[in-house]
Design a protein around this ligand. Structure first.
Ligand SMILES: O=C(O)CCC(=O)C(=O)O
Length: 261
């Protein structure tokens, strides 16, 4: 694992060591302050290059989805109606196709990694998602693709950038911007402002390959803006939960992978 994770900067193998505890304490403060934690250079450059090459091969067999998150879906999961649809267009590879030989699978299945994410989110014990497709996935956005504004079903999605697009494909979010956290009369205005790119707290994260990002996706409205120029944006998404048997909803698997487990 020391050839994959940069232990000099991120000493996560021994969680009881003082430098590991200091790292977690710093990360928790940042997550609290910003609703997002960016760990640049988490994966060593040679390992990122291998992960990207393995991801490229896997994506050859990926499913390109293109759909609108319509108001009905938003209403059922949020008890709140969007005023507009948001578009999802990207290619996804399910975890059942990400084999033990890949560095990504080795990272995801490594227990100290799960414990590190749990410690950052204040969860002990913490678990990898049991969902065989959506627990660990590789995604890519080619030119014109995007992942429109949405909330996640939980706060446990962690992203790892494997390749960035030269233009577009930026991760944008507004923290603590979920209906229910806000007064009802400002909900529509706030969400409209986010989707129009006019919300004063809109933040953009610039991710170099190898950057690990944790964010409060349940509470924070977020998106990946359309990719305008190649190469394709490629990500790994790693999902965790406080429940040991957490699966995503079947419609999510169908939407993203075109099949169920
Ligand atoms: O690809 C990304 O950077 C974000 C992924 C995302 O929004 C999600 O998994 O909910």
């Amino acid at each position: 694992m020391e050839r994959i994770v940069d232990f000099d900067r991120y000493p996560i193998a021994d969680p009881d060591a003082p430098d590991a505890q200091a790292l977690v304490a710093r990360g928790r403060r940042e997550l609290d302050d910003n609703g997002c934690l960016v760990l640049a250079g988490f994966i060593r450059p040679e390992a990122v290059a291998t992960m990207a090459a393995q991801g490229e091969t896997l994506l050859g067999d990926g499913f390109h989805n293109c759909f609108n998150r319509n108001r009905e879906i938003a209403r059922s999961s949020l008890c709140f109606a969007w005023k507009r649809d948001t578009r999802v267009a990207m290619t996804s590879v399910g975890g059942d196709r990400i084999g033990d030989e890949t560095l990504l699978r080795q990272l995801y299945d490594w227990d100290p990694m799960t414990d590190f994410i749990g410690a950052l989110l204040g969860r002990d014990p913490y678990y990898r998602s049991a969902d065989p497709l959506a627990g660990l996935m590789v995604t890519s956005q080619d030119i014109g693709d995007e992942l429109g504004w949405h909330y996640d079903g939980n706060d446990g999605v962690v992203t790892l950038n494997l390749q960035r697009a030269s233009t577009g494909g930026r991760f944008e979010y507004v923290r603590n911007c979920r209906p229910g956290n806000m007064e009802p009369d400002i909900q529509h205005d706030a969400i409209d402002a986010v989707m129009d790119g006019e919300h004063p707290e809109l933040r953009v994260i610039d991710q170099e390959p190898g950057t690990l990002v944790l964010f409060n996706g349940y509470r924070s409205l977020h998106r990946v803006s359309p990719v305008e120029a190649g190469p394709r944006r490629m990500m790994a998404l790693l999902s965790y939960d406080a429940r040991p048997d957490f699966w995503f909803r079947p419609d999510i698997r169908i939407d993203y992978f075109g099949r169920d487990a």
